[in-house]
Design a protein around this ligand. Structure first.
Ligand code: HGY
Ligand code: MN
Ligand code: MN
Length: 374
């Protein structure tokens, strides 16, 4: 739809992506596997038997109506950087990973990287296991996906997905931390009724309640510096023009680099929803869907990226979530952003500039050279 991309967890589109990207991994001299969590993995062995493994990559899945670069650019850059070392011995393995699901469109976010982190809970495993089996993989082997001790660090290249670099006219940025996020599924439950015969004071309209709550959410975010809050999904039932909506289901996504501010705002939005439901004689069903703290990137590894980047490259906070935030508590992780022209992302118009991709390739090359010497 709208010329955008949709590639969800273990979907036919993802299978096609594995075929194409798998060929690229092979032509870069890597051995290719798909692990039990659906991560596409390419390994280029080093020449040191006690070897460390440098992980590089990002996610292969997308949101709905996505652009062409969110996630997959990081995988392709990792392949190209690795390929540029062909024929040159390195004292460590390089493993390029295309994570199976970071966006969570089909089920929930971060499935692939959480499998590496060993943090897929029982409930999640039960939800995703049938899809894994349908794809011909064995969910019982997910424990084998977990990081091994030889994994020394993780580097993720990713588009910024925001306006900062583009507004500043800068090609790349170094991520210092990734903002925490709280997500919930919120449902107002009233009563459907006839649109023509039900007087306004006798209604239990779930959509007008949702409208009142949405304006509270927006007001809170606008009034709190650096807080962002989004209601991306709304579904009013029965969804017929001459029936008062009896049920409204919404998604809520709240983010801030300061965990206390994020949690304060999220709790305030939950209280406001309960208050509005109470005042209007409705029921509220609030289900927390995700709570992730802000995660700092590894300072030493980030310093290596900075040394490989142009002097004075901007340091920044990522408002978007990334697989690096899942791995960072387990292995040193670092991220490099590429400029998003127009600050556009999660949209078919998402783009990158060839010269910025060139620069990212040379930064990646210099980073690996410095790893070689360390
Ligand atoms: O929503 C995010 O932050 C990311 O694009 N998954
Ligand atoms: Mn995304
Ligand atoms: Mn992404």
């Amino acid at each position: 739809m709208n010329g955008g991309t949709l590639r969800t967890f273990l979907s036919p589109a993802m299978k096609r992506c594995y075929e194409v990207v798998g060929e690229w991994l092979k032509s870069a001299g890597m051995s290719v596997t798909i692990d039990a969590a659906g991560n596409l993995r390419g390994v280029r062995p080093g020449n040191d038997p006690g070897k460390r493994v440098l992980l590089m990559g990002s996610h292969l899945d997308t949101v709905r109506d996505a652009g062409a670069f969110d996630g997959i650019l990081g995988v392709v850059l990792a392949i190209a950087i690795t390929e540029n070392f062909n024929g040159q011995p390195l004292p460590f393995d390089i493993e390029v990973i295309g994570f199976s699901d970071e966006e969570g469109v089909r089920f929930m976010p971060f499935i692939g990287s959480r499998a590496l982190a060993g943090s897929l809970d029982e409930q999640t495993l039960n939800i995703i296991a049938p899809a894994i089996r349908d794809f011909g993989l064995d969910p019982a082997r997910i424990p084998e996906v977990a990081l091994t001790t030889s994994a020394c660090c993780f580097l993720e290249f990713h588009i910024e997905q925001g306006p900062v670099l583009d507004d500043a006219g800068e090609p790349v940025g170094i991520v210092e931390s990734i903002a925490g996020q709280s997500r919930a599924n919120v449902e107002f439950i009233g009563s459907a009724n006839h649109a023509g015969t039900t007087p306004m004071h006798l209604r239990r309209d779930a959509l007008t309640a949702a409208a009142e709550w949405i304006s509270v959410v927006e007001h809170t975010a606008r009034a709190t510096p650096h807080l962002v809050a989004t209601i991306g999904k709304i579904d009013a039932r029965p969804g017929v023009g001459n029936v008062i909506p009896g049920e409204v289901k919404m998604s809520l996504d709240v983010r801030h680099a300061d965990d206390d501010v994020r949690q304060w705002a999220f709790e305030g939005m939950r209280r406001a929803a309960a208050e509005i439901a109470h005042q209007r004689g409705l029921n509220l069903l609030w289900t927390d869907a995700l709570s992730m703290k802000t995660v700092r990137m590894d300072e030493a590894l980030t310093a290596l990226v900075a040394a490989a980047a142009p002097k004075g490259t901007r340091r920044m906070v990522s408002g978007a979530g990334h697989d690096a935030m899942i791995l960072a508590p387990h292995i040193p992780s670092a991220m490099l952003f590429l400029r998003s022209p127009g600050g556009i992302s999660h949209h078919p118009a998402e783009s990158v500039l060839p010269e910025d991709v060139d620069l990212a390739l040379s930064i990646g090359h210099r980073f690996i050279e410095s790893m070689r010497k360390s």
